[in-house]
Design a protein around this ligand. Structure first.
Ligand code: IYR
Length: 325
């Protein structure tokens, strides 16, 4: 796989493709980042962007993980002290998950977001941005119904982070895209460049295939899950053999195979007793999807394989959490 393929695989959107292609021409030493509001425990959403960070490290990028403590505070996620504590716990889980320790820089937002230059630049961005635009950027991120002033400041700070961490590429789930678009439009007005962005897809809610999987509602998978929890959740997952004709429903089992399992395992074995045709082996996602659609692969067998692979991905992080107890 060439650098561009590795960098762009499984991305939902590149902003812009031409800019990402240019980065891929000489990725060595380029810097990419993802920021997370610290929540203590890694869940499957963190793991999806982390998969992209692992791809980028393999392509030669340096990776920065921003533990966005001030952002979590602005978004009403608790006291500053509580947030700092949960942030510390996340570092080890990212490394356990498979990021290269030598080449992952962890930064706290509070290390630089209170510096004079940053704050003055923030005020300059406030002057360039309408409240309406800032509030729209937060529609899929903000907690609570109405946008507080702190939440309108949030996307402007997220925009500035890209400049202050000296980055070449900003990564985020599709829910971050409006913030990134705001950054692209407004950073040039205060003398900075428009950032290049890559967005990862969102996975459907596990039990229904409806809407998006989130850590705050519906079924989700996290590093706190035991092997049995994972088996139970995956067994109960929505997994229709054929695509929803209206296109409203997604198949979260297939999505997890595509975005979590295949990027991390060279080939995938679905174990089956001989009387049901014996084991199936896949070296790409598409052939597994085809087999599920044709009926060659039964949803129950697909789920049981998925639970095994997910458990393998989660086990090292789960172990770190246990040690920290
Ligand atoms: N908005 C993110 C958290 C975040 C991301 C980046 I990239 C930042 O520079 C700052 C905050 C979230 O929803 O978790």
């Amino acid at each position: 796989m060439d650098a561009y393929e590795l960098i762009s695989r499984n991305a939902e959107e590149l902003v812009t493709e031409a800019e990402v292609r240019e980065l891929a021409e000489d990725p060595e030493g380029k810097r990419a980042y993802v920021g997370y509001e610290p929540s203590g425990v890694l869940h499957i959403g963190h793991m999806l962007t982390a998969n992209k960070l692992i791809d980028l490290q393999e392509a030669g990028f340096e990776v920065v993980i921003l533990l966005a403590d001030v952002h979590a505070y602005l978004n009403d996620k608790g006291s500053f002290e509580e947030i700092r504590e949960t942030a510390e716990r996340m570092k080890e889980q990212f490394i356990a998950y498979g990021l290269d320790e030598e080449n992952t820089e962890f930064r706290f937002g509070s290390e630089f977001q209170m510096d004079d230059d940053y704050v003055l630049d923030l005020h300059a961005l406030e002057l360039e941005t309408t409240l309406n635009r800032a509030s729209r950027a937060m529609s899929e991120i903000q907690s609570g119904e109405s946008t507080k002033v702190s939440q309108a400041v949030y996307p402007l700070m997220q925009s500035l982070d890209i400049e202050y961490l000296d980055l070449d590429l900003a990564i985020g789930g599709m829910e971050q895209r409006k913030v990134h678009m705001l950054a692209r439009d407004t950073l040039p007005s205060i003398g900075y460049e428009s950032p290049t962005c890559l967005h990862t897809p969102l996975i459907a809610e596990l039990s229904s295939g409806e809407g998006k999987m989130s850590s705050s509602k519906g079924v989700t998978i996290s590093m706190e899950d035991s092997t049995e929890d994972i088996e139970e959740k995956v067994n109960g997952a929505f997994c229709p053999p054929t695509r929803d004709p209206d296109g409203d429903l997604e198949n979260p089992v297939l999505q997890i195979f595509e975005y979590h399992v295949f990027p991390r395992f060279e080939n995938v074995v679905v174990e089956r007793p001989d009387k049901y045709g014996g084991n199936l082996e896949y070296d790409d996602y598409e052939s597994l999807e085809d087999d599920l659609e044709s009926g060659e692969l039964h949803p129950a067998d697909a789920k049981s394989a998925l639970a095994t692979y997910l458990d393998e991905l989660i086990a090292p992080g789960r172990e770190k959490l246990r040690q920290a107890e």
